[in-house]
Design a protein around this ligand. Structure first.
Ligand code: PCA
Length: 329
């Protein structure tokens, strides 16, 4: 090799190295607001999903997650995506129950109280949810259930009567209605804010998963967690439909496959966290165990009222979801 060709080869190698290190010219940055804290398993899963897309598209679509309601509070995330203020985000699906009762299909008491049943219910509901979201300029990418919902209190509770008058933190219409029917006083508070709400006495009880109580260290203020297995609500990740349609088929394929992996990984995490976080609540000093018979029978009665009310509000679509679900059982 002459000195000249050696030099030329060196320049070529440097150019290749430079191209590889440079982000692609058309790199897009997608912001992904999420309502729950960074340490929550949904947020960790979302961060992995984002990394999968960024890596898979070689940085041409770079997704940055913003957990803990830092960019938009939970209640504002869907609108932000619909209107294109952000490209993508995650939200509790039943949080939209106030705009259409059908969004609350996963919060009907005792309809699908296990991981297995809730997966079937979700499958039964998915076509309706996809259609409903499409009308709203949204495309659902993946959804992950929370662990089964149980009741938290700052005292021992053995019956519905024991709940009367308590200030109850709610996260959707179903939880507010549960509070009303049990004689409690509902106050809607995002999970990101609950530690403070319990510490200051703004709330004294809630229905949620062991995962959320553990994540928010509620043993600092609350004393009892009762396993009720009322329902398993879903979080879902959605993308703005115009953004999605403007994405190349190749990139859509990469995103869809990262989303499939996130759905599987999230489900496994949710299952694993069910016991892990209940153990964590007990280690934190809480009394953790199944709700007693009297409490359960009172809750089942209230559940029947709530089911009838939901079917009424959700009309034909709600009935079709429940019928499709029952046909799978
Ligand atoms: N955690 C969320 C929703 C359901 C759950 O387990 C919350 O409490 O906001």
């Amino acid at each position: 090799m002459t000195l000249r060709t050696k030099l030329m080869a060196g320049v070529a190698t440097a150019a290749v190295a430079l191209t590889a290190a440079m982000p692609a010219m058309a790199a897009e940055k997608w912001d992904m607001p999420m309502a729950y804290s960074a340490s929550n398993f949904h947020s960790e899963n979302g961060a992995e999903f984002a990394a999968c897309v960024t890596k898979g598209t070689q940085g041409e679509i770079e997704i940055t997650t913003h957990p803990g309601g830092a960019l938009f509070a939970g209640a504002d995330i869907k609108r932000a995506i619909q209107t294109g203020q952000v490209q993508i985000g995650e939200r509790l699906m039943s949080g939209h129950q106030n705009e259409n009762a059908v969004f609350g299909f996963d919060s009907v008491p005792f309809l699908a109280p296990s991981f297995e049943a809730s997966a079937k219910l979700f499958e039964a509901a998915k076509p309706k949810m996809d259609a409903l979201l499409e009308e709203q300029n949204l495309v659902m990418l993946y959804a992950v259930p929370w662990p089964p919902q149980g009741l938290y209190f700052n005292k021992e509770v053995n019956s519905v009567a024991d709940m009367a008058g308590l200030k109850f933190r709610s996260y959707n219409n179903a939880t507010s209605r549960l509070a009303e029917l049990t004689g409690m006083l509902p106050v809607t508070i995002e999970a990101a804010e609950i530690s403070q709400a319990f510490a200051t006495g703004v709330a004294e009880s809630m229905i949620s998963s062991g995962a959320t109580g553990y994540d928010r260290k509620v043993w600092e203020s609350l004393s009892h967690f009762y396993e009720v297995d009322a329902w398993l609500p879903y979080n879902y990740v959605m993308v703005n439909k115009d953004v999605w349609e403007g994405t190349s088929e190749a990139h859509q394929g990469i995103i869809t496959s990262c989303a499939g992996e996130a759905a599987d990984r999230g489900l496994e995490a949710s299952k694993a966290y069910t016991q892990f976080t209940m153990d964590g609540l007990a280690e934190g000093g809480m009394t953790v165990g199944p709700a007693g018979d009297e409490l359960m029978s009172g809750l089942r009665e209230i559940g029947e009222t709530m089911t009838a009310e939901w079917l009424e509000a959700a009309g034909e679509d709600g009935k079709a979801i429940v019928d499709a679900f029952k046909a799978m059982e």
